[in-house]
Design a protein around this ligand. Structure first.
Ligand SMILES: [Zn+2]
Length: 182
């Protein structure tokens, strides 16, 4: 295989217990290091995983070429659907879980599916509107749980699991098959 150029983004994580590598659907290479870990050791390990990274980048590229980016017109069409669908789902999940939020904003975000401010306002990506309902619900649960825990602590994840029938990991895995805007 021809060598592939890539940049390794180093991410320090409070949650991580070991060094790990992730190639995102957009083709970014993230090296996750526990907060106590050595960057030099982690970079050397990443270098030893070069072949794996190149294969993962190749797979991500193939998947992206199967689904080209949405046109601006398609995004605007999707925005209309999102404005009807997302508030309904969020409202329903909020009622079911008893987790309250402030305002909902729908954005053309491609970097994240959702976010929650410290004031409990939720922002959702309009690109959620083309995902299966169970994944939209999962993102809503995730963001609503941030109104209680403003972090990704163990307590946060157990709350998410409580409201997803223990399926957080499985749903998170499914969500990774989608790229916002494609
Ligand atoms: Zn989060």
């Amino acid at each position: 295989m021809a060598p592939v150029g890539y940049t390794v983004e180093v991410v320090r994580s409070r949650r991580a217990r070991r060094i790990s590598l992730r190639v995102t659907p957009e083709g970014r290479v993230r090296l996750i290091i526990p907060w106590w870990g050595s960057k030099r050791v982690a970079l050397a390990w990443a270098e030893s995983r070069r072949e794996w990274i190149e294969r993962a980048l190749e797979r991500a590229r193939a998947r992206r070429s199967e689904c080209p980016p949405m046109t601006p017109r398609e995004v605007e069409e999707l925005r209309k659907v999102a404005k009807v669908r997302l508030p309904q789902t969020l409202e329903r999940v909020s009622a079911r879980t008893g987790l309250r939020y402030g305002r909902l904003t729908i954005r053309n975000s491609r970097s994240r599916w959702g976010s929650c401010s410290s004031e409990g306002n939720i922002s959702l990506s309009l690109h959620l509107a083309r995902l299966p309902e169970e994944l939209v619900e999962y993102v809503c649960v995730h963001e609503l749980c941030h109104t209680v825990h403003h972090n990704h602590s163990a307590e946060f994840h157990s709350l998410v699991n409580l409201h997803t029938a223990g399926l957080e990991k499985e749903l998170a895995k499914q969500l990774k098959n989608y790229i916002p805007g494609r």
